[in-house]
Structures are given as structure tokens and as C-alpha cells.
Design a protein around this ligand. Structure first.
Ligand code: ATP
Length: 315
């Protein structure tokens, strides 16, 4: 069953369209990963959902409740773990967690109990009465998570929660996401780390320039391109490459040109890349290397996004 629907979201910053008719749905009790290169629109989507900014048109529906009409319903049911660590250095871990719980009208024994449960959940109950200033980066991040889940939200949004932390905290966070899922929680997870997505995501939304490129399970996304072979030609220069000419070759279904390489997808039935090689040699474009890519989430992602392969490679 759908827990959350994004319905035709449009967002402009000045003349720049940051979200372009974005529609997707999140099912109850799944880990849903938002993937996209820098500037794809992930933060804009999350900021609209958490009420930080407003869309120009379109809305979110949570259990059928409209964000524009019932923002309080969203606030009550969503826990947001921001990228930047946010808590008070003068309060202990427990006091911080209780403070955030009190913002959701929790008080007394119930507040104390839920705060301790949240700290226990992120593995910080033993340092509950210590000040977080001396915590490691990973412990601070875990405290952040405790503060965001103390009110037991149904939907938890985590914006790159494992950036810049030690491997043991990272594993702890990934493990706790899987545990939350076993409970009643639904989780939206943005990350640059493809291997994390492979490990924990049930379904994935790939965003590119504010548009939905694909939505589905890892297998479904991979299937979108398994009907193709993908070859990467590393070239001395791609200046003279004409993607249109490559696309006119019979076997070629897709071409992506970036700084020093051209990624060519060919029809599954065509194992012959002689015509592609001939194109480069006839145009005096030197081939330095050729790679036949196996299908992985990363290659799926690169194949599906417009800038695939540009820059740092992953989302
Ligand atoms: N406040 C703003 N004013 C103007 N343009 C903005 C603003 N915030 C975002 N943008 C632009 O909107 C587009 C989407 O940005 P957004 O921050 O949502 O992307 P993102 O996928 O979260 O990227 P990142 O991974 O870098 O955080 C980008 O082109 C960005 O430059």
C-alpha cells in the first residue's frame, strides 16, 4: 500500500526548474532510496516534504492527507535526520533527545521512556548522561538519529546519514535502518554511496535534472538496460565525436559522451562492435581502451541519467 505520493511536483528557483512534474510513490514499510547526481533535485524534494520550502504546484499525499492542507499531519508523522548535525552542546545526549521529543508534545514518563528507547536503538544508552561535544562524528550522527525518531514517526527521512563517519558507526546506522524497517517504519534514504543503496534499498528513484528517470526495485531498474550491452570507449579526445552519427549505426541504441569517454549501448543481439570501432578510426579518433561493462546498480544509474559518467561517476 502507498504511504506517500508525490503528485506532479513543480519547483522553480527563479527561472530554473528544479523539479519537473515529479511524481512517485513510497510504499508502507520500505526503504526507499533517492538517487541523483549533484543538483538533481533530491534536497529540493525533501525540503518540500519536510515543509522547509513550498512547491510551486503539485503536492505530497501522506496516507491521503494533503501536505498543503494538513502540514501538521506531516510534521507529526515524519522524522527528519538532516545532513548537518543539530543538537545542543550544553545538554546531555538524553536531555537533547528529550528536548526534541517535547517538541512533539511528549512529556513525563512517556518522554523519558521514548528518549531512552531511541538512545538504546542507536547504541548510545550507555552515554545517555554525557555531553555530546566529546562524541565522535559517528556518535553525533547517531544522536541526531535518536532525536529524529524519539516521537516514533511512521516515515523517517535520512539525508546522507553516513557521510564522513567511521565504518563502525556507518554499519551501525545501516543496521538500524534495517531494524527500523522490521518495525513499522518507512525510510527515505539519500546517499552518494551506491553500495549502501544496493545493501538496504527496497526501491529506488533516480532523479536527473529534476525529472524522474526511473523508479523501481534494483532488479526492475537493471532490467531496463539488461537488454543491452554497454561498452565504454576511452578516447584521447571526444571533441570530434558526433553522437548522432553513432546512433545511426544499426547496433547502437544509446550514446553518452563525456570528457574522455563515450558510453555506447548496443542491442542485445548485436555482439559485433566493428562498426563502432570503424566509426572512431575513420574519424581519426584514437581509442585508448574499451571496457565491456557488467550490469550493476551503478552502471544502471549511469546509463539512465543524462550526464552518466560525468564528474565523479556516482550519485
Ligand atoms: N536556493 C536555491 N536557489 C537557486 N537555485 C537552487 C537553490 N537550491 C537549489 N537550487 C538549484 O536547484 C537544482 C536542484 O538542487 P538540489 O539541491 O535539490 O539538488 P540535489 O540533488 O539535492 O543536489 P546535492 O546532492 O548537491 O545536494 C540545482 O540546479 C540547484 O543549483
Amino acid at each position: 500500500m502507498d504511504l506517500l505520493n508525490s503528485v506532479d511536483l513543480i519547483k522553480y528557483y527563479g527561472k530554473k526548474m528544479a523539479l519537473d512534474h515529479l511524481t512517485f510513490s513510497i510504499r508502507e514499510n520500505e526503504v526507499f532510496s533517492l538517487l541523483g547526481q549533484n543538483g538533481a533535485g533530491k534536497s529540493t524534494t525533501i525540503n518540500i516534504l519536510t515543509g522547509l520550502i513550498r512547491s510551486d504546484s503539485g503536492t505530497f499525499l501522506f496516507d491521503g492527507h494533503d501536505l498543503k492542507k494538513e502540514p501538521a499531519y506531516f510534521k507529526r508523522n515524519i522524522g527528519f535526520v538532516p545532513q548537518d548535525i543539530a543538537f545542543y552542546g550544553r545538554l546531555t545526549a538524553l536531555e537533547n533527545t528529550k528536548f526534541f521529543g517535547s517538541l512533539f508534545n511528549l512529556s513525563g514518563r512517556k518522554l523519558h521512556q521514548q528518549a531512552m528507547e531511541a538512545l538504546d536503538f542507536v547504541g548510545l544508552s550507555e552515554v545517555a548522561n554525557e555531553f555530546p561535544g566529546r562524541f565522535s562524528g559517528g556518535m553525533k550522527r547517531r544522536l541526531n538519529i535518536a532525536c529524529s525518531i524519539v516521537h516514533k514517526p511512521r516515515l523517517i527521512i535520512m539525508d546522507e546519514p553516513t557521510v564522513g563517519i567511521d565504518p563502525s558507526s556507518r554499519n551501525h546506522i545501516l543496521q538500524s535502518i534495517l531494524t527500523m524497517k522490521q518495525g513499522d517504519s518507512t525510510i527515505i534514504y539519500t546517499t552518494h554511496y551506491m553500495e549502501e543503496v544496493e545493501k538496504i534499498a527496497d526501491r529506488i528513484l533516480i532523479l536527473d535534472h529534476g525529472r524522474k528517470v526511473a523508479e523501481g526495485t534494483q532488479k526492475e531498474l537493471e532490467r531496463k538496460i539488461t537488454a543491452r550491452h554497454t561498452y565504454t570507449f576511452f578516447l584521447s579526445s571526444t571533441e570530434r565525436v558526433d553522437p548522432g552519427a553513432l546512433l545511426r549505426l544499426e547496433s547502437v541504441c544509446d550514446v553518452t559522451v563525456s570528457k574522455n569517454k563515450v558510453v555506447v549501448s548496443t542491442n542485445i543481439f548485436s555482439r559485433n562492435i566493428n562498426d563502432i570501432i570503424a566509426y572512431f578510426t575513420n574519424n581519426r579518433i584514437e581509442i585508448l581502451d574499451i571496457e565491456n561493462q557488467s550490469i550493476s546498480l551503478e552502471s544502471t544509474f549511469l546509463a539512465l541519467t543524462e550526464d552518466g559518467g560525468k564528474g565523479e561517476g556516482t550519485a
